[in-house]
Design a binder for this molecule. Sequence first.
Ligand code: S3P
Length: 437
Amino acid sequence: MRAWRIRPAKALQGRWTPSGDKSITHRAIILGALAEGTTEIDHFLESDDCLRTLRIAQALGVQAEPIDMHRWRITGLGKREPNEPSDVLDAGNSGTTTRLMAGVLASYPLFSVLTGDESLRRRPMRRIVEPLRQMGAQIDGRQEATRLPLAIRGTQLRALHYLTPVASAQVKSCILLAGLRASGVTEVTEPQLSRDHTERMLRAFGVELEEQFGTQGSHRVRLRGGQTLTACKLRVPGDFSSCAFMLAGALLLPGSDLVIEGVGVNPTRTGMIQALAQGGAHLEWEQVDEQGGEPMASLRVRAQPLKAMQIAGELIPSLVDEVPILAVMATQAHGTTEIRDAHELRVKESDRLATITEELRKMGAQIECLPDGLRIHGPTPLYGAPVQSHGDHRIAMALAIAGLVAQSGETLVQDVDCVATSFPDFEAVLHQLVEWR
Ligand code: S3P
């Protein structure tokens, strides 16, 4: 298992374009795989998670080939029936692959088995099994079909009106993808708006859908089954969730001046910018563009003092993957930061509330783990220490940034291979941007 040795740094400097967004790359592969015709995807993220989705599409008989660096061509199934996969489908560490692909697999008359690594096999699957069963799919699996492996016997599905208890884009997308081939109108209502890349990309492929926002922040999407998806050309924006680590480093290290170009700024993903604004830190936006319904911008980040933040409620889904790095930032903010309503963090690649608390404490942070969040007292100097990623990419990267902003000492981040799931060139980018003390 590889480890990183991180020394305290002086600043983050330069210009950088983050690699493609993970969530959007998954969706581009899946919608490309279902569409009629050949889809071209530019700025494709070749991370372990996205390649899992690609291999499952290939197991269904979809043709996919690289054109050149980070560009792929996918010839979709269109009206063709997919192949029945001859082996178990392994989603590795990827919850998005599992939950979105389960929706697709359930909608065709074929048998498949989905599994994943040790972390993914611990994660809850009832949230997709229940609605897919209600639509008519037969699903069996471990622990009463709440855990992988899941055996799915797909069929011609019935449309469903579903109220999901969690604001989860993976659950919403699973049901919408299943609804694409169901008879009738499928409707998903979520308690708060989760990332809406599926909705935006379905429109880019020519699918009609309706959206409604409730007074309490709820969100409803409706989609008629049987619509044809038409192949298109897409450029995937830079991944805001990867950019968040560099952004945090630049805000915290005095003297930093970093320009991040071509980053996706879909408002359902950029809650961290709002949280930081609450803490008195403002980012400069240099220009804005739009690709396939996804807004993109260049951000300029300079070091700034930070005050404590109160993060809860409907802000949580828009920064759900940024909680570990926000916790690192909060250790350097003046006052007590509270993050609440973040129960979902307990069922990510690791129990992120527990793992970030345990590891940042080893570096001297004053952090408490709450049932649904974190309480962090700052500013507290951090000191280099041996720490563990718990096999979770976002914990590994958050700890690396903590190591850069530490007052002294070396941080040894253990078990960092997991970073390949979302940000394979994290280490190289860090070396490109860091100015050492
Ligand atoms: C994702 C949705 C989020 C997020 C995950 C990617 C997606 O999960 O944490 O990293 O691509 O749909 P939930 O929607 O289940 O919270």
